[in-house]
Design a protein around this ligand. Sequence first.
Ligand code: DGJ
Length: 740
Amino acid sequence: MPVHFHESTKTFHLFNGKISYIFTIAKNGMPVQLYYGKRLPDKEDYSYLLELYARPMSVNPYFDDKTFAVEHIRQEYPSPFAGDMRTPSIVAAQNNGSRIVEFVYDHFEIKNGKPALKNLPACYCIDEKEAQTLYLYLKDEVLNTWLCLIYTIYENRNVICRSANITNYSKETFVLESMLSANVDLPDDDYEMLTLAGAWARERNIECHKLHPGIQSVYSLRGHSSHNFNPFLCLKRKETTENTGEAYGFSLVYSGNFQALADVDTYHTTRVAIGIHPASFRWPLKPEETFQTPEALLVYSDLGLNDMSQTFHSLFRERLCRGFWKDRVRPILLNSWEGVYFDIQENKILEMAQKSKELGVELFVLDDGWFKNRNDDTSSLGDWSADLTKLPHGIEGLAEKINEMGLEFGLWFEPEMISKNSDLYKEHPEWVLHTPNRNISVGRNQYVLDFSNPEVVDAIFKQMKKVLDCNRIAYIKWDMNRSLSEVYSSYWPQEEQGTIYHRFILGVYSLYEKLIEAYPHILFESCAAGGARFDPGMLYYAPQAWTSDDTDAVERLKIQYGTSMLYPISSMGSHVSAAPNHQLHRNTPLNTRANVAYFGTFGYELDPCKLSDEESIQIKEQIQWMKKYRKLIQFGTFYRLKSPFIGKETAWMIVSDDKKTAIIGYYRPLQEINSVYRRLKLQGLDPSFEYNISSADRPLFGQELMNAGLVISDYSASENNDGSNEGDYLSRIYVLNAVS
Ligand code: DGJ
């Protein structure tokens, strides 16, 4: 079984075939880390890894042991102000003014399987035997409070899931000022920190820098996980590549304010801490109450970044996403947004749907602009009923006509938002997040609803229900177009105001949960002004997310490449849009736009009625191609081959589980003159299989393709080589099929 307890040394060893996570209980009752990394043999005693050394300037809990200084001990869940000077995992302000907590080990339980976290998204087990969970109980005697550290290890996944909860058994309320999900202290700092950073329209670009003494972090204080940073960091060795070397990935299953940091001390040890951002969090814990943190996921690989990513991909796909759509190929959709924006008229929409159907599209999505008086972004959020001047037969009538064409119908909502110019605002101005006596800031001309108030969540649910009860809505795009500000709730008393950011996101999760329960077949796509809430928390409810508002094929290479560090291809909303592109005004060939968008959920975001005959023929072929290969693309094993952040080319590939089929995407945005010879070393193939390569004249062994490489300077060797892909914005798709 993967969790072993060694009684004589009080050592816990969580292991599977590939990884070990080891900690022990120190003499002061504190859990201390001994090792996290590649699998070690299971032994009684690893105490040699607890390096104790009397250092000048240390403070010690004991007079008679100068070597025991918590500042120099690697810990599982550190608390501050009693000897540890680094970033704490927990801070609790008490009535007497003290912020010291001292949680001492009391007992443990080991159970098969993995618990669900109340009201929070988390990874799960299907079969109890696939994982074991350790519950480590610690007690602070002074506070009469219990802390439970929860660790799950899967038999066959290189991941440790961690979270913590705290229960107050005292008679006094105290205030949690920080309570993180996980802390890992690594023994050295010889790492580069890789994060996903960006902004609107350039989300999740890869940033990488060498660690230095001090704190380096990514975070969000925007109320959503954000365009700017993702709740993820990776520590990799300098020499780690995509396919070799050590990488530690840390991810948070959460969609609100977070912090993920590396705190390097001047003895060159590295503390990694991840959880809810303490700056916007003050949680009064009343007697008998429990607070549960979100879940952190720790992935270790000694086989490079691709292996780390693949572990996250399969975990997210198989044990985080849920429900009807989890393992299903995603419908090829056409979204109305860039086709008509707010200019919605039933006849026009029906024409677009008819043309979409002829092209082979399966799902027609009506984006923003369908509800009462919503002619631009200044009004009507909160009033979720159809604008009958635009859609005289309502949503039901429209959906029925679209269904009759043989298409599924999907709809856009922005449930958390409210326009000042709306009926809902007139009725309930107090439902807006706002701080008394302060201005209310606007973002995209809108306010934010107080989702910490269950009445608000319920009211929005009821409105959505009225629309959804026609049973003709197969898909919802749940958008969220601004950050939170003046976060204060008129529903909650003064002392609870530090809980509102977290309660807001719990409200979002609860609305998702209600909708999923009522409409289990609806496919949800999360969205936040493009990809501002592309995080694991969302994937628990919505198995796909709109990756970015930027649909330019060249920019998408970076965005999708960065996103793939953590998120599976089946989760990435990717559409072909019109040229010139609406964000960058760049003209890229239609086949390149599709060759990029294939590596995602795939769809179109344009007015199909404006396509030329030639474009229509091409799009029909693209859709047929995607229908043939989408199962492999969305559920195969993904490898990054060439990074757009490093060179002038991008390449990636997908391999089927049986390794008999593979698809390679190769992209070279700018034409070079008299360019060099190029070979692409493939990954993940069976070395002994011989593969037919689309458009090439001879089969090659996997061993050749992975070691000598695919010769890509031969322009004739590509599928989709229609002559238009010479010059700038060249892209090629290669399909490999094992010779049977
Ligand atoms: C932002 C989204 O990212 C877009 O795709 C679109 O749905 C607009 N909002 C609609 O307002």
